[in-house]
Design a protein. Structure first.
Lengths: 296, 91
C-alpha cells in the first residue's frame, strides 16, 4: 500500500483547507432555505472550475448511464458529494444518524455482535464514509481506519473527535510509518477498515469486471486477511431516510487454515468480484452515489 | 562453514513469500531486502515481519527498527541474533 505517487493527494479534496469550516459555519448560521441554494450554487461553481474532476465525472457517467451526460447530470453527481459531506459534518457536530442493515448483510450483523477482529472494505459510495464511523459508534467496535491524509481532512478529524478512542487512523501517506502502523492494527483484536475502490495508494491492485470492462481495484485487503487470518467484509452505505443510512454488506470471506496461497487468492477474487456486481447493480440505479472523481 | 541462522533466514524468506523463481542460496547477504533485487514491496515486508516475530519470539517495536532489521540478510541476521529467544536460534 505504499504511495505510488507522492503528488496524488493534491488531486484529492481539492478545495481550500478552510472550506469545511466555512460550510459548518454556514450550516450553523443560515436557515436551510438559504443554505441549500448556497450549496447548489457552490456545486455549479465546482462543476465549472474543477476541470479534472468534471472530466472524470463525465467519463464515469457516460459509462454508467449509457449516454453522453448533460450539465444536469454533472451537477447531480457533484451535488451528491456536497450533500454527503454536509451530512458527515452535521453528524460530526452531533446530529443523530443511525445505520440499518440491508438485505444479505447477515454476516456483518453476526460480526458486529461478536468480539472477532475483521478487515472491512469500504467504497466511496453514498454515505459509506459515515456508516463506517456510525457502525463503530453503534456497535462500540474499535476500528482502525486506513486513510490518505489530504489537505482538508476536517470532516475526518471532526468525526474522529466525536467517536474518541473507538477510532484510530493509519495514515498511508508515509509508507515507512504505514508498514508498522498496519502491523499493529492487523495484530490487534480490532477491526481495520480500508477503502477498496481507489487504486492510487495501493501497490497490490488487480483487474475486475466493473461497468463493462476490466478495471483496477486495490486488492491489499485480501493479502492482509491472509497474513493476519482475519475475515473480510465489504460494504457500502446509502441514504435511506432523513436520519438513516442502509449498509449493504457482503458475506464474510474467511481464510482457511492450511489452504494454499494460490487457492486462497482465487477465492478472494471470486469474493471481491461478487460484491462488485452488487456495487454495480446499485450504481446502475443510483449513478450519482459513486463519489469517486478519479479515472475509472 | 555457512552461518546456520543466515541459511534459516533465507529459507524462511523464500517460504514465507513463496519466491518460486529464487533459491534460498541465491539471496545475497548484503543486498537490500525491500526495493532490491528480490522486488519485495511493503506488503511482503509486512508478511515477513509477522513471520519473523512468530518464528523467533521477537517484537519489532517501531518502523525504524523494522527498516533496520530488513536492511539486508546480514542486518536481519544480526538483529535476530540480538533480540531473539536464544532457544529459537539454530545451533
Amino acid at each position: 500500500m505504499a504511495l505510488k505517487d507522492a503528488a496524488m493527494p493534491q488531486l484529492r479534496n481539492p478545495g481550500p483547507s478552510w472550506g469545511y469550516r466555512f460550510i459548518r459555519l454556514c450550516d450553523a448560521t443560515l436557515p436551510e432555505a438559504l443554505f441549500r441554494p448556497l450549496r447548489q450554487g457552490g456545486t455549479w461553481t465546482a462543476v465549472l472550475l474543477m476541470q479534472r474532476q468534471r472530466g472524470c465525472s463525465r467519463d464515469y457517467l457516460r459509462v454508467v448511464l449509457g449516454r453522453e451526460p448533460g450539465p444536469r447530470d454533472l451537477f447531480r453527481h457533484f451535488l451528491s458529494v456536497c450533500e454527503a459531506l454536509v451530512l458527515r459534518l452535521r453528524v460530526a457536530g452531533g446530529l443523530q444518524h443511525r445505520c440499518v442493515h440491508g438485505p444479505g448483510s447477515s454476516d456483518m450483523e453476526t460480526w458486529l455482535a461478536s468480539n472477532r477482529p475483521a478487515l472491512l472494505g469500504t467504497f466511496h459510495i453514498g454515505n459509506s464514509d459515515l456508516t463506517g464511523f456510525m457502525l463503530a459508534g453503534q456497535a462500540h467496535k474499535r476500528v482502525h481506519l486506513v486513510r490518505l491524509r489530504v489537505g482538508n481532512s476536517h470532516d475526518t478529524d471532526a468525526l474522529a473527535s466525536r467517536f474518541g478512542d473507538l477510532l484510530r487512523f493509519v495514515w498511508v501517506n508515509d509508507p515507512s510509518e504505514m508498514l508498522f502502523a498496519l502491523k499493529e492494527a492487523g495484530s490487534s483484536g480490532d477491526a481495520v477498515a480500508l477503502q477498496c475502490d481507489r487504486a492510487d495508494h495501493s501497490t497490490r491492485c488487480e483487474p475486475f469486471e466493473f461497468l463493462g470492462a476490466p478495471r483496477a481495484f486495490p486488492f491489499t485487503i485480501y493479502h492482509l486477511a491472509l497474513i493476519f487470518h482475519r475475515p473480510v467484509i465489504l460494504s457500502f452505505g446509502v441514504p435511506s431516510g432523513p436520519a438513516e443510512s442502509t449498509v449493504y454488506a457482503s458475506p464474510a470471506f474467511e481464510p482457511l487454515s492450511g489452504e494454499g496461497r494460490a487457492e486462497a487468492l482465487a477465492r478472494c477474487r471470486i469474493h471481491f468480484q461478487s460484491f462488485l456486481r452488487v456495487v454495480e447493480a446499485h450504481l446502475r440505479v443510483h449513478p450519482y452515489d459513486w463519489l469517486n472523481f478519479l479515472p475509472l | 562453514m555457512p552461518d546456520p541462522l543466515i541459511a534459516k533466514l533465507k529459507l524462511l524468506i523464500v517460504e514465507t513469500l513463496r519466491l518460486e523463481d529464487i533459491a534460498a542460496a541465491d539471496i545475497p547477504d548484503n543486498e537490500p531486502l525491500i526495493g532490491g533485487g528480490l522486488s519485495l514491496d511493503s506488503i511482503d515486508a509486512l508478511e515477513l515481519v509477522v513471520r519473523l516475530e512468530k518464528e523467533f519470539g521477537i517484537k519489532i517495536a517501531s518502523s525504524e527498527e523494522a527498516k533496520r532489521a530488513l536492511g539486508s540478510v546480514a542486518e536481519l541476521t544480526a538483529y535476530i541474533r540480538e533480540h531473539a529467544d536464544p532457544s529459537r536460534l539454530p545451533a
